[in-house]
Design a protein around this ligand. Sequence first.
Ligand SMILES: Cc1cc2nc3c(=O)[nH]c(=O)nc-3n(C[C@H](O)[C@H](O)[C@H](O)COP(=O)(O)OP(=O)(O)OC[C@H]3O[C@@H](n4cnc5c(N)ncnc54)[C@H](O)[C@@H]3O)c2cc1C
Length: 537
Amino acid sequence: MHNDRAETDATHDVIVVGSGAGALTGALVAAADGLDTVVLERTPLLGGTSAYSGAACWLPGTQVQERADLGDSTDAACTYLRALVGDAGADRREAFLRHAPELVARLENEPAVAFEWQAFPDYVAAPGRMDAGRSFIPLALPQEELGDLVHLVRPAVDRDRAGQGHPDGPLAQGRALIGRLLLAATRTGNATVRTEHRVTGLVTENGRVTGVKAETPHGTVTVRARHGVLLAAGGFEGDEALRAEHGVPGAAAWSMAPPGATTGDLLRAAVRIGAATDLTDEAWWCPGTERPDGTAAFTLGLRGGIVVDAAGQRFANESLPYDRMGRALAAARTPAHLIFDSRAGGALPAITVPPADPAEHLAAGTWARADSLPELADLIGVPADALTDTVARFNGHAADGTDQDHHRGEDPYDRFFADTRNAPGPNPCLVPLDRPPYYAARVVLSDLGTKGGLRTDVHARVLDDAGDPIPGLYAAGNTSASFTGRVYPGPGVPIGTAMVFASLAVRDMALPLPASGIPGGGTDGARSTVTAPSGQD
Ligand SMILES: Cc1cc2nc3c(=O)[nH]c(=O)nc-3n(C[C@H](O)[C@H](O)[C@H](O)COP(=O)(O)OP(=O)(O)OC[C@H]3O[C@@H](n4cnc5c(N)ncnc54)[C@H](O)[C@@H]3O)c2cc1C
């Protein structure tokens, strides 16, 4: 593996654009199959949002669930997905379910890759759901095993945003997944990784995608692929103009993706050569608490507090899975606040990524604090009577143990994060707000990436408007439109589906090439088109 950064024009078997979990799975599978594979990553670091993630992988029916003796199966997962998504995208759903066990067996066959099941409930009550969850995570990875490669792996979100590297100790979660896939790909001897290669255009010859144009610190290079180009470069969550064009609510600044990394370059490039798109107003949503610097922190797993709108009313079950709470926020179209009391000493009763520093928030005004609810209401601009009434009604629900308004605490997911040992009432998800001073944290609509993008088929081939594959072009992860539509079925679906479709893509690429038009073998007589950023076509 090389990381020379300054690649001159070159030809490989497979080009993988991006370096998240899908990209590196595709690169590993291709390289392990003996294909000369290059990974082109725009930033100096590998892993994208995947490196920030918990690395839960929703890959049902595999040997990992079998080892954990969960009683899960591909059929149960199929029942669940059908119940949630219907039969739209059924062919891709089937391809996903069929390939997941094979992929995981193959990955775990690599000494560098190992997973273990972790309890985390599926997100929706529907037939086939696993209440304890069916997703798994990679084992932590000692930094020594990665050697110098560790410096290429993007650190956790809090450290990355602060410009810090990895702390001492093993890499965990998304860093472990990226590190393990990178290590395994390295060991094949067939993978090359180039950072600071921003792919902005696709090269086509006789209607086939045969390469890419990439901007590097040393100029623009053309990289060609004999077998195919896999676009696994994330979504367009970081691009305000594309968000506005496609009607994606929220804001680039509130997205959890690494700033400036995922701005839809490949969506634009593929559309320029005729690719079709789908679901482009969609994202993997989550509530965010606004941070003093204007970014947001992914906020989940509430152990207390309530969320109110500008009228001082609750509008959802605050313990909903984060994507569903995000959708509730989007539907409410309102400034929102998480109201909590001093039960936890002024700490937010929730998990936030990155963690919250109360003093910083209070100083910046992203949190407010007051000795009484009417005073707090004044500080955040909601009607004082309404807020007081809402809290009184909620405290009544807490005493009864039943949330008559939003049914909080009735679902296994709600209870998964509840502080059951210290719960003061009969329902651990309903914790009264009665310990002043009271706090309000600003809540915004954040996302873990857009989930609409290029239309693809069961082989992850990118389709044109007529539904025909564009030869040589593949997409996976958030660069493609998810077959899960407008539903986030469970923890690890973004990464699990990205991994499967990246693997299916390179498997398709590995098939014998057609006798004619083999790229990289000479372009005599070929019509060569280069797509470049707008204005340069
Ligand atoms: C805190 C947190 C926890 C999460 N936990 C989970 C979880 O446990 N399980 C799960 O499934 N999902 C989780 N998610 C969501 C998940 O991480 C993302 O949706 C998913 O990783 C996106 O994968 P991707 O491969 O599409 O993009 P990314 O992982 O973002 O990778 C895209 C890469 O492409 C690069 N790139 C972009 N443009 C170009 C270009 N023009 N040329 C070259 N390279 C380019 C980017 O720099 C980036 O490195 C979590 C997200 C967050 C923020």
